[in-house]
Design a protein around this ligand. Structure first.
Ligand SMILES: [Zn+2]
Length: 378
């Protein structure tokens, strides 16, 4: 028999509304701090111990909530979430928090405030964790949507003393599936340096950096190998100053995704072979992995089995999504060899768009699922 959740649906909706109506885009430190204060207040009200770690003026603080008894330094469960969203302040005016039938809309609700709320509420409901339960450390970062450059080292430090990592990113649409494998992500930055000249008077003396980049763009795009799971996408291009000057500089920012470390080597070798096609033009190339691939290991599969059993007790079937091309902070902890399960947050759809929503009817079972898992996992 599925267990029932301790909160009414209306109470859940009000809590989630409070969080969604505090807009918290990654690039707005003041907004992030306001959101962090709400999280701290709510965690304290749930009886959790809280710590904040400043990451500087450019972003919000990293939050750490835990239920460890004094002296208990056993490796436990690490919960991982982010409180930044991709939506700038003001989005709420155009896209207010609202319910339409089973859907609850609002900026950041699906990615990932509702999922964070579920996990935090479940953690807080374990009022007196008996000594057999694993201690829980909940780490919530302000910069996931922009690459986790401030928080990464701290996430990795926490993860090293952890038995399992559970990530509250949204459950995949079409059945609320969880995530056991993610591609690695990175950037290739290419700059071409030509020679400027008057485009009308001395055309033949110029060396056109944009023309050269056109060759590089086609070569980069051709590195995509769908069968191997490698994608390369030139996403941003800048070049030239005005149309009557032969452009001296051009640069591109290229997104790539790799399914495993071998694919990184394959791609890196191809990128190393990029060279100028146009005489007298220089080409600079930088290759940078941001998030390493998150492989599906045997330990991950074992953790998935346990999670599936808790989901069943809570009244729903937890399926596994195929490897996704989207990275998350799960990539960092999985790459350290810590069994990591992701996509355990709210069920819904439309991440990073104004259609972003969660499914109200799934909230009670998801909350019970989190409670059972945090209590039982060992
Ligand atoms: Zn997210």
């Amino acid at each position: 028999m599925p267990s029932t959740s301790p909160l009414s649906i209306d109470q859940m909706i009000r809590h989630i509304q409070n969080w969604v109506e505090c807009e918290s885009p990654s690039h707005d430190p003041a907004a992030l701090r306001t959101m962090a204060d709400i999280l701290l207040r709510d965690a304290t009200a749930l009886g959790l111990q809280t710590q904040t770690l400043s990451l500087g003026e450019e972003t919000g603080p990293l939050l750490h909530f835990h239920n460890r008894r004094a002296g208990d330094d056993r490796p436990g469960i690490m919960l991982l979430a982010h409180y930044d969203t991709v939506h700038p302040v003001g989005t709420l005016e155009r896209n207010p928090f609202r319910q339409e039938e089973d859907r609850l809309y609002g900026p950041g609700i699906y990615d990932m405030k509702a999922g964070t709320w579920l996990a935090l509420t479940a953690m807080g409901s374990l009022s007196e964790p008996d000594s057999s339960a694993l201690p829980i450390d909940f780490v919530i970062v302000p910069d996931e949507e922009t690459g986790t450059f401030y928080s990464r080292e701290h996430i990795e430090k926490f993860a090293r003393n952890t038995r399992y990592v559970l990530v509250c990113e949204p459950a995949r649409a079409e059945g609320g599936r969880c995530v056991t494998a993610r591609k690695g992500t990175g950037h290739i930055y290419v700059t071409t340096h030509g020679r400027p000249a008057h485009a009308g008077v001395q055309h033949q003396k110029g060396r056109n950096a944009i023309q050269e980049m056109a060759h590089q763009v086609l070569a980069l795009q051709a590195m995509t190998d769908y069968e191997r799971g490698i994608t390369v996408s030139v996403g941003l291009i800048k070049g030239g100053t005005t149309s009557n000057v032969v452009p001296e500089h051009c640069s591109v920012d290229v997104d790539f995704r790799i399914p495993d470390p071998e694919a990184e080597h394959v791609l890196r070798e191809k990128v190393d072979q990029l060279k100028a096609v146009t005489p007298d033009v220089e080409v600079d190339v930088k290759f940078a992995v941001n998030r390493p691939p998150m492989p599906r290991t045997e330990a991950t599969a074992a953790l998935l089995k346990k999670a599936q059993a808790y989901a069943k007790e809570a009244g729903f079937t937890l399926e596994e999504a195929p490897m996704t091309g989207g990275g998350s902070d799960a990539n960092f902890t999985a790459a350290l060899g810590i069994p990591t399960l992701d996509g355990l947050g709210a069920d819904g759809d439309g991440a990073h768009t104004l259609r972003e929503h969660i499914l109200v009817s799934t909230l009670p079972e998801r909350l019970v699922f989190w409670q059972k898992m945090l209590k039982g996992l060992n």
